[in-house]
Design a protein around this ligand. Sequence first.
Ligand SMILES: NC(=O)c1ccc[n+]([C@@H]2O[C@H](COP(=O)([O-])OP(=O)(O)OC[C@H]3O[C@@H](n4cnc5c(N)ncnc54)[C@H](O)[C@@H]3O)[C@@H](O)[C@H]2O)c1
Length: 343
Amino acid sequence: MNIVVIGGAGFIGCNVADYYLKNKHHVTVFDNFSRKGTLQNLQWLQSKYTDNLSVVQGDTRIDFNKLKATVGKADVVFHLAAQVAVTTSVVDPREDFEINALGTFNVLEAIRLSGNNPIVLYSSTNKVYGGMEHVTIVERNGEYDYASLPLGVGESEQLDFHSPYGCSKGTADQYMIDYSRIYGLRTVVFRQSCIYGYRQFGVEDQGWVAHFTISAMFNRPLSIYGDGKQVRDVLFIDDLVRAYDMATQRIDVTSGKAYNIGGGPTKKMSLLKLIAHLEQFFGKKLTYSFSDWRPGDQRVFICDIRKAKNEFGWEPKIGVEEGVRLLAAWVKENKDEFRSIYF
Ligand SMILES: NC(=O)c1ccc[n+]([C@@H]2O[C@H](COP(=O)([O-])OP(=O)(O)OC[C@H]3O[C@@H](n4cnc5c(N)ncnc54)[C@H](O)[C@@H]3O)[C@@H](O)[C@H]2O)c1
């Protein structure tokens, strides 16, 4: 197959590219290389694969003809290019809108006008459900939890876009679904929780599991916004990539639909729990301090992943402790790469 990964030099994108290259497909990475670490991710792919990998440097906001030519030859398009941080979206909402909403609209239009009809998978976010103020939160065993949502948040939850990032990603999410309805495009939307794993150059604003792990490795002090008891369901990258592949293989059922994709109720972690895992792995105490909650920070988010299981047979396999160990071991083994990116 011809696989196009828009945002293919990013964390999730380069893992998706690696998966399909390993399985002998042709992969085109389309990226503007704006994110730190993307050149390293590209070099990593190029060092592993000499054949079957093409690279197009382009920006979804402005390079419409390049985009159209690239998707015009694709069997499957993964659209992962984005402005990814809520904090940055508040500082520059126009740029956030242009990358996430306009950029995605351009991807859809490029596909519609190309005359080709590839499968399109879009990486949306659980932020489309907003603050869910109607849900009662309790504290259990030193961390927050839903009082009465043991299976987590399902896709029938009311959409409620919070923050410029929530609005721009939510817009893109809805355009994806509507282009299936109106134009017959074969789109699938994944509303993803926190993803973590290899080749994630996390920073304070985004990618907290990797950010904590890298800080632990290099003895950098951490700021915890809030009390550290906040909980997220977390999903290891290999489980996500497997979900991408399974959903595209079952496009007969997944087309035009949205799925919540995360670790679900059995793979969740608080910030304090991550610190405990890292202290155990690295055999040292981490330095951290507490600051005020950031606006819009949820106490808990855990998604209900049963729809993905029921409709295309996916469920995550990698447990939290194992995933953190895999990520921490990768960071430890690749110390030098981090030095050139961060310090
Ligand atoms: N990582 C997570 O926990 C998570 C959770 C929910 C949703 N998502 C979504 O998954 C997708 C991938 O996230 P990631 O963690 O790999 O982020 P990332 O920042 O590592 O990757 C995004 C990639 O898009 C590229 N890019 C940005 N703007 C572009 C543009 N205008 N044109 C072309 N390329 C552009 C960047 O250079 C980068 O390579 C994003 O859409 C993100 O919103 C991620």
